[in-house]
Ligand binder design. Structure first.
Ligand code: AMP
Ligand code: MN
Ligand code: MN
Ligand code: MN
Length: 289
């Protein structure tokens, strides 16, 4: 399993906060030259069968995927799982529990937004929701663009939906240890998503990587749509230092909103161990013909 594979192991469908169906994402991945694909919806694996079936019909190799929300050191950290058994009962129960608080959180977000004059945000966000169990900040962001409050979703996050801003609601997600164990006991590999995004101090980041390894985590996203070129180099070094496998994924959500399209990132550096080597026996490959 070479590092030069055009693997894209991070993206979102309408099953979480993406705007395309799993089938449309498979077509787009294939058209963009992706050779190994994973759909990684937030806290939800309801799209896995559709994604795998669509990929295989297009001759595209597939790994199961998910992106689990975790609370760590007062911030939200995302842990990607790859190559697990999507029927695993413990993983499914963990994801149901993780999704569980989203409805209440959304109503609290809506109440807070009402206090700064933005009314009916809950109903407004719901119009953009593809999966009623998975209302996210992204859906609120789309509503605030639609109603003219902001020009784009980035502006909404900056002004309303991040820590300290009027629509932000502190939330308790899964524990790091739980998320890693749900993935690994289901036969998958746990991967720290887009580490540069968290704004951790050096000490906090060291704690994240150390604890992640202690719990059985084995990979880190090195090349992602969320990293600058310098950050890709930095996390390649961290992967070597911590003995972690490296992942690559666009984090594509939408043709209108996402800067990085499926399959368009630089390849992993050849001396890194790619995550797909650790779960190669779980790759769903098209039948030879
Ligand atoms: P939630 O899981 O409801 O907290 O929503 C998190 C999602 O919001 C992320 O997965 C991104 O899709 C989106 N998001 C977070 N921060 C930003 C940002 N600064 N700009 C645009 N989208 C963001
Ligand atoms: Mn998202
Ligand atoms: Mn993420
Ligand atoms: Mn993501």
């Amino acid at each position: 399993m070479p590092t030069y594979l055009n693997a894209d192991l991070h993206c979102h469908s309408v099953v979480s906060d993406g705007t395309l169906t799993p089938e449309a994402l498979a077509v787009r991945a294939k058209a963009n030259g992706v050779e190994l694909w994973a759909l990684t919806d937030h806290d939800e694996i309801g799209g896995q069968q559709r994604a795998a079936a669509a990929a295989l019909a297009l001759d595209l190799a597939y790994l199961t995927g998910v992106e689990i929300s975790v609370s760590f050191a007062g911030k939200t950290v995302h842990i990607v799982g790859l190559g697990f058994d999507a029927q695993d009962a413990t993983l499914k129960a963990g994801l149901i529990a993780t999704r569980g608080g989203r409805g209440q959180r959304a109503m609290e977000m809506s109440d807070q937004l009402a206090r700064v004059g933005i009314t009916d945000a809950y109903q407004g966000a719901l119009k953009f929701v593809g999966n009623p169990e998975l209302i996210s900040r992204t859906h609120f962001a789309r509503f605030l663009v639609e109603n003219g409050t902001c020009r784009d979703t980035n502006e909404v996050f900056r002004k309303y939906l991040t820590d300290g801003k009027p629509g932000f609601v502190e939330h308790r997600w899964a524990a790091l240890k739980e998320a890693v164990s749900w993935i690994t006991q289901a036969g998958g590999i746990a991967v720290i998503a887009h580490p540069a995004r968290y704004g951790f101090s050096a000490n906090e980041e060291y704690a994240l990587f150390s604890e992640f390894k202690t719990h059985g985590g084995r990979g880190v996203e090195v090349v992602t749509g969320s990293h600058s070129a310098a950050e890709c180099l930095r996390y390649a070094d961290i992967a070597r230092e911590f003995g972690l496998a490296a992942s690559r994924g666009s984090d594509f959500h939408s043709p209108e909103e996402s800067r990085t399209d499926l399959g368009t990132l630089p390849l992993l550096s050849a001396d890194l161990t790619p995550v797909w080597e650790m779960v190669h026996e779980h790759i769903q490959a098209p039948a030879p013909h």
